[in-house]
Design a protein around this ligand. Structure first.
Ligand code: ADP
Ligand code: MG
Length: 586
């Protein structure tokens, strides 16, 4: 059996894991970090960089990078990067390619199969797109699992004897997920799940940015369009200030000008109270999904034994305070919120691979939203369409297969166009259309001729729809036609071929590339007095990189590192995201 690697494909950071010697372990990238920023960059010569280097490039050349694209998964939206356009699926597949290379370097063997985690609230289109991103990267996606479920698996793996009600609260970069579950005798049962796919830590940063810009009479979206360098710098600044609140309790945000140079006199002082006020509208949106999950699971907050926090944004003091007040207890601190999902993906991989270390573990998951079809209703002789008839209700344990009976509207109706939706609203217009199924050649008969519709929702969270005419026994299968992200096998082959044409920056040199990019960013920071000296040191190092002379290379690298150090902007070898983690093993 092939080895299966676990992947947490995050909006902000992605991680890779494997089940090894009876335990889930994380796989480091070439920088020695477990977190790979989900950022793509295209260098001037067209080579692609992923992760820390791309994040570095984002500050100086935002137009040559893409980030937060997970939010556009499953849509047709294209994202411009360095003059080329990409779909979110394609950008995600570049992240997966990079993670695969890291995993292969770590494991010393080919990686072909993966388990990928997605937010529980990802809809069918977004899941399909995730699966395709894997396929484009040449990976077989063995299972797509919900991120909170993965977090619960890590918990369950470590505490198999527990009998508890748990709540997983995951606030990542772009999504918010809440999951209620019960654990007893090694069985993990997901009871209910709720969330918002458009709420995450990045929105908190956005609000900070908007507040700073508003003071100058500027609007975030227009400034982002017109002055990308300014907003890129400001984003970094706000991100840092936001994180600093956790450790220092105080921080300040300097405002960069249109060229990205900071104006020290225009700074916003930030403390937890000011921050809480700025983000109040977002905190209001945090409460609803928690209440919904508790209500759906018929579980009052007092019944929750443990709250597991997942996702970098749960480190915000406002979040911790909110959780403590709401549940009247402090969240569990034994898991690292950045790592718990990826570790769970490896546990899931072990379950699929029948690893002996997990043989007494059982897990059941639920369908996070209601799935149904459009129906017409008759009132006083008048027929109106647009109503939603659920077939599978939200929070039903999966896999599930349900059949519902429908009828034709008029005598001798020959065709029915079955429209499939997902969502909770009474009218289909407010729900998400997943696709359609055309039922044809219905034999002549009265109105109400029976049509049986079967929905099958599998463990990956993917839906199959089938219709059957009992009168003829004829069956019609899904092909949900307007899956915007569905690819035919030829389209997939073309996409894979296109991917193969893209040139990745050599993995072994990525670290050096990142140093160059960091140096370039610092050129703008060190002031005119040091500028020339720093540029020279970068030139020498860049030249040495292309020469293949080890001694020359080492000397040039050391020279650049020392130059940076002397200028008070020392370079940190490990990714900065990881440094935070190290200081916060909660
Ligand atoms: P995702 O799973 O979506 O990739 P992560 O779990 O990596 O996201 O969380 C990323 C988010 O967490 C970002 O919005 C980041 O700003 C935020 N974050 C990380 N560390 C901190 C911190 N110490 N304080 C506040 N926010 C943080
Ligand atoms: Mg995450």
């Amino acid at each position: 059996m092939d080895l299966i690697v676990g992947i947490d494909l995050g909006t902000t950071n992605s991680l890779c894991s494997v089940f090894k010697d009876g335990h889930p372990v994380l796989i480091p990238n070439t920088h020695g970090s477990f977190l790979t920023p989900s950022v793509i960059g295209i260098l001037e010569d067209g080579q692609i960089v992923v992760g820390a280097s791309a994040k570095e490039l984002r500050v100086t050349h935002p137009e040559r990078t893409a980030s937060v694209f997970k939010r556009s998964m499953g849509t047709d939206r294209t994202i411009e990067v360095g003059g080329q356009s990409f779909t979110a699926t394609k950008l995600s597949s570049l992240v997966l390619c990079a993670l695969r290379r890291d995993a292969e370097a770590f494991l010393g063997c080919r990686v072909k199969e993966v388990v990928v985690t997605v937010p529980a609230y990802f809809n069918d289109n977004q899941r399909q797109a995730t699966k395709q991103a894997g396929e484009m990267a040449g990976l077989k996606v063995r299972r797509i699992i919900n991120e909170p479920t993965a977090a619960a698996l890590t918990y369950g793996f470590h505490d198999r004897g527990a009998e508890k009600h748990l709540m997983v609260i995951d606030l990542g970069g772009g999504t918010f997920d809440v999951t209620l579950m019960e654990i007893f005798e090694g069985t993990l049962e997901i009871i209910s799940t709720a969330g918002e796919s458009m709420l995450g830590g990045e929105d908190f940063t956005d609000r900070l940015m908007a507040t700073v810009l508003k003071k100058e009479g500027l609007h975030l979206e227009t400034t982002e369009m017109k002055q990308p360098l300014r907003t890129a710098r400001l984003r970094e600044e706000c991100e840092m200030a936001k994180r600093q609140l956790m450790t220092d309790g105080n921080s300040r945000i300097r405002l960069p000008d249109a060229q990205g140079t900071f104006d020290e006199s225009k700074a916003l002082q930030l403390n937890p109270d000011v921050f809480a006020k700025i983000v109040q509208p977002l905190m209001r949106r945090i409460r609803d999904p928690i209440n919904k999950a508790l209500r759906d699971g018929d579980c009052p907050p007092e019944k929750i034994d443990d709250v597991i926090l997942v996702g970098g944004a749960t480190r915000m003091p406002v979040m911790q305070k909110f959780v403590a007040d709401f549940f009247k207890k402090r969240p569990l601190v034994s898991f690292n919120p950045d790592e718990v999902v990826a570790l769970g993906a490896a546990v899931q991989a072990a379950l699929i691979g029948d690893d002996a270390a997990v043989d007494e573990m059982v897990m059941t998951d639920v369908c996070p939203f209601t799935l149904g079809v459009e129906v017409a209703k008759e009132f006083g002789g008048r027929v109106s369409s647009g109503y939603y008839q659920p077939v599978i209700h939200r929070n039903t344990t999966i896999p599930v297969s349900r059949e519902e009976q429908f009828g034709t509207m008029v005598p001798n109706q020959q065709e029915v166009l079955l429209m499939v939706y997902q969502g909770e609203s009474r009218k289909v217009a407010d729900n998400l259309c997943l696709g359609e199924l055309r039922i044809v050649d219905i034999p002549p008969g009265p109105a109400g001729t029976e049509i049986l519709v079967r929905f099958t929702y599998d463990l990956n969270g993917l839906l199959e729809v089938e219709a059957m005419l009992p009168s003829t026994g004829r069956k019609f299968n899904t092909v949900l036609t307007n899956h915007s992200s569905s690819l035919s096998s030829e389209e997939l082959a073309t996409a894979v071929a296109e991917m193969q044409k893209l040139k990745f920056y050599p993995r072994d040199d990525l670290q050096h590339q990142r140093l160059v990019l960091y140096g370039e960013r610092m050129v703008g920071e060190v002031g005119p007095f040091h500028r020339q000296q720093l540029e020279d040191a970068i030139d020498v190092f860049e030249h040495a990189m292309s020469m293949g002379d080890r001694e020359l290379f080492d000397r040039a690298r050391l020279g650049l590192l020392m130059t940076l150090e002397q200028m008070g902007v020392g370079y940190d070898e490990t990714d900065e995201t990881d440094e935070d983690v190290a200081g916060d093993r909660r």
